[in-house]
Design a protein around this ligand. Structure first.
Ligand SMILES: Nc1ncnc2c1ncn2[C@@H]1O[C@H](COP(=O)(O)OP(=O)(O)OP(=O)(O)O)[C@@H](O)[C@H]1O
Length: 384
């Protein structure tokens, strides 16, 4: 599956000895034991390498032993889905009593530029975090066995487990409620470096989430300093090249506090697209942007929107090289971002994708939820 290895970031005040030092902590973030041997890393994003033979839901063994017709239809489905990089199937996510996602289904295919929109608090950022592996779907108890031989099956929920603390539980089985597939491979639980995905997934947080105490160079090259065997001067060169690709020059030695909001977002973008050029395995990469233009003036928004397009493999970066990002998903509320940076939209409402379509179909949709959202009207099914 996906391991957090590659790009993104968190809010931060960090104490460190040097970028290649062994340990430090980041306020407000979750993990954070960076070791040289080190596989445990948090931050934000991304991912592994290696082979991926479809398993689980897409196993070729599924094509044996059934009728020819069934085989053909399954093969067709498999072929149609061969370009799917990320799939959420019936994903549920709650926070305490708040049931945020209630059966979310969608696919992101190779080459797509997808927007995720919907009213505030509907779970758009939550979806990105689930895709990136920072959050797991809800858990549901499938069965459990007590010493006295009692066996319970669904729909008993995990909460029941703690309702029988003294009953000598022998074993239990808990499944995730919903599935996330990364290139056809089912992800179980949260991201772990040991797991395999064959897809690099980067998450660019809304806040840019740069390390306050590190220079721009150290922020952008963070993972390479920490994880790769590249010499430092080569990393520095690559950082300069990557900053140029997002239209920034001569800022390598600045601290984040010396940058404007738009520049910070570009630095965060540079951090999410830099990768180890000495590594043979070249993987497609998906970037997830959480409100990349929030808080920016209209012109700065346009710059960032064009940047998002430019690092896509259909685009051309600021120094004229083709972009490297295979697909991306953008959570946004901004019309300009929807129009300029996205081709297809997913509309999330009350825990489900209630509409999807091409961007140009959005304003002409007859779906009352979409109509109300597009017009900003107070009248309609969406209540605040
Ligand atoms: N870690 C968490 N613990 C508790 N509640 C959470 C957590 N993360 C998100 N939530 C809640 O889940 C809901 C969905 O949050 P999320 O940030 O995904 O929404 P959103 O659609 O991205 O919102 P917005 O458009 O306002 O940014 C909110 O009610 C939020 O308070």
């Amino acid at each position: 599956m996906v391991s957090l290895v590659g790009s993104v970031l968190f809010p931060a005040k960090m104490h460190h000895e040097s970028i290649r030092s062994r340990k430090f902590c980041v306020e407000g973030a979750k993990v954070f034991n960076l070791t040289s041997s080190g596989r445990r890393f948090v931050c934000a994003c991304v991912a592994p390498s290696r082979n991926l033979m479809p398993t689980d839901g897409l196993s070729t063994s599924k094509f044996t032993g059934s009728s020819n017709e069934e085989n053909l239809s399954m093969r067709r489905e498999h072929e149609e889905d061969s370009d799917v990089l990320i799939e959420c199937r019936d994903v549920y996510k709650s926070f305490g009593e708040k049931h945020i996602l209630r059966g979310v289904n969608f696919k992101i295919r190779h080459g797509e530029a997808v927007g995720i929109i919907g009213p505030s608090g509907t779970g758009k950022s939550t979806i990105l975090k689930i895709i990136a592996g920072l959050l797991a779907p809800d858990k549901v108890l499938v069965s459990y066995v007590f010493q006295k031989g009692l066996l319970f099956f669904r729909p008993f929920k995990l909460a029941l487990y703690s309702a029988y603390p003294g009953q000598n539980l022998v074993s239990s089985m808990v499944n995730e409620q919903g599935e996330v597939y990364i290139r056809g491979r089912l992800r179980r639980g949260l991201i772990s470096d040991e797991e395999i995905s064959g897809l690099r997934i980067g998450l660019v947080f809304q806040s840019a989430a740069l390390f306050d105490s590190l220079t721009v160079r150290e922020n952008v090259g963070f993972l390479l300093y920490e994880k790769s065997s590249m010499p430092e001067d080569q990393i520095a060169e690559l950082v300069t090249e990557t900053l140029a690709a997002v239209g920034l020059k001569g800022v390598e030695d600045r601290l984040p506090s010396e940058l404007s909001g738009g520049m910070k977002k570009r630095v965060a973008l540079a951090r999410s697209i830099i990768f180890d050029t000495t590594n043979d395995a070249i993987e497609p990469e998906v970037l997830l942007y959480d409100e990349p233009t929030a808080g920016l003036d209209p012109i700065a928004s346009t710059v960032v929107e064009d940047l998002i397009r430019s690092v896509h493999f259909n685009g051309e970066d600021a120094v004229g090289k083709p972009g490297k990002i295979a697909s991306y998903a953008v959570v946004t509320h901004q019309h300009s971002t929807i129009k300029r940076a996205v081709d297809r939209l997913l509309f999330l409402y009350e825990g489900k994708i209630v509409w999807h379509g091409m961007t140009h179909e959005f304003t002409s949709s007859t779906n009352p939820i979409v109509q109300q959202f597009a017009s900003g009207s107070l009248d309609g099914p969406i209540k605040y």
